[in-house]
Write a protein that binds this ligand. Sequence first.
Ligand SMILES: Cc1cc2nc3c(=O)[nH]c(=O)nc-3n(C[C@H](O)[C@H](O)[C@H](O)COP(=O)(O)OP(=O)(O)OC[C@H]3O[C@@H](n4cnc5c(N)ncnc54)[C@H](O)[C@@H]3O)c2cc1C
Length: 549
Amino acid sequence: MTMGRKQAIVIGAGIGGLAMGIRLQSLGFDTTILEKLDAPGGRAYVRHQEGFTFDMGPTVITVPHFIEELFALERDSADLTSADFPPEIVDESKRVTTGVSGGPHTSRYVKIVPILPFYRIYFDDGTFFDYDGDPDHTRQQIQDLGEPGDLEGYQQFEKAARAIFERGFLELGYTHFGSMGAMLKVAPDLLRLDAVRNLFRFSSRYFKSDKLRQVFSFETLLVGGNPLSVPAIYAMIHFVEKTWGIHFAMGGTGALVQGFVKKFKDMGGQIQYEAPVSQINVDRQGKQKLATGVTLANGEVLKADLVVSNADWANTYSQLVEPQYRFWNSNLRVKLTQQSMSLFVIYFGFKANGEEAEKLRHHTIILGPRYEELLRDIFGRKILARDFSQYLHLPTLTDPSLAPPGHHAAYTLLPVPHNGSGIDWSQMGDRLTQIVLTFLEERGYLPNLKERLVCHSYITPDYFEQNLSSYLGNAFGPEPLLVQSAFFRPHNRSEDIANLYLVGAGTQPGAGTPSVMMSAKMTARLVAEDFAIDPTIVGGKASPELSRL
Ligand SMILES: Cc1cc2nc3c(=O)[nH]c(=O)nc-3n(C[C@H](O)[C@H](O)[C@H](O)COP(=O)(O)OP(=O)(O)OC[C@H]3O[C@@H](n4cnc5c(N)ncnc54)[C@H](O)[C@@H]3O)c2cc1C
């Protein structure tokens, strides 16, 4: 600790907390990250079992230049003003599809490679769509799977989604909506772009085929959004993937997390594990309420000039801040906020039969017989349906080192209602595991799986609630509804308490690894503003490599 340097505390070592730690070090703070669990990553925690390595959470890496930007930062030398995004959308014909996709700074810490296809999407009748961003292949598949008119519909969908991407992501991506005025300014654009209609209706406008409506709307489930109710601004996800591809960190997402930890420590930051925070301490100074540090569950008090919470938004306020200090983030607001769904995830290791790559890809989505009604069961009725859709992750097709020789490590993930449902997971967990593994075996995705199975374990919404301290066991923070987006989403600078900030999935702009990295940059800008740090004076230009990305 250097005399005179300001002290910062970050609660939580999720990807958002780590990105924030790196940014605070670059802004000149001495930063300590306090993590409740015994290792970093949060949702990106790694489970090791019988020689298998399972990434427990995020697996689809998008926008690798966000990662490069973090690895390019240096201690006390932030430049938050430039290299926000690559200046232009990458030309489709020049899109990198082979080799290593991380930039030079990233590659000092972790190797990132592109994945093709991005996803294979199976429908219940056994047909599939390989989404790979290749325009000709995409058109061919639309022709084969779609209804008359869908090819023209796709062209229009692309045009509309591109316009949303350019305005919503490239131009407004880093806007922190701290006031209603900022929100009103962009409202006409969103209306003009038809970005407020729900995503499923938006895609249904362009496609007649049910299958294509699903292909071009399911992706929001990966950030906790119900395609039937998220605004069509999320059509940008399709374009983000198409523009910069889908990537994988060799060694698993856990290797990326370890890279962030190393970077943070290389910059002088400190991390304490098994250090749950039980309270954010607040002082009243006249009319102002000021965050002064935190108290750990063991009673230890740590002082700081600023506190950033990477913990779940609802629990940050309702569990860690006394009600007397909260007005905007009251218990009532927490109760009224719709939380995203939760997940049931089975991690399993099995003997390879050498034929997995025939039917499966690194990322395989297996859609069930119902789409809209299943979504209504999960998000609206909050019941556990008999049918399900799943995302099967088979990373050993890309990186065999994640399993013992001759074996695969996999997980399969089912969106399920959050714990507002009243489902008793201690009763349902084993049963659902057997049902899902039997499905994978009997439908021929993984023949004779049960004979080949070496180990398995699972997590339910209870894991999110108890281990990750997520309100109602939500997997992605507040649901990304129109009325819970931008200004209406929790603010990265607390409206209630000075020097208290938030970062991560529950804040602006939202969930998913690229968004939480964006949230760290947005929060860092607010900190710089509040602490009168001129990012250009702090020094350091964005590296020349960045501008080429
Ligand atoms: C199964 C799954 C698959 C996903 N797949 C993808 C994907 O493929 N691509 C993608 O982009 N996104 C994906 N996501 C979403 C993405 O993982 C998350 O949005 C993102 O990782 C959230 O990061 P975070 O830093 O906001 O929060 P978290 O990762 O939840 O980190 C918060 C941390 O705070 C800690 N904490 C909480 N309370 C306290 C306390 N009181 N004291 C100390 N520490 C505390 C927690 O232990 C945790 O480590 C997936 C999510 C899940 C669950």
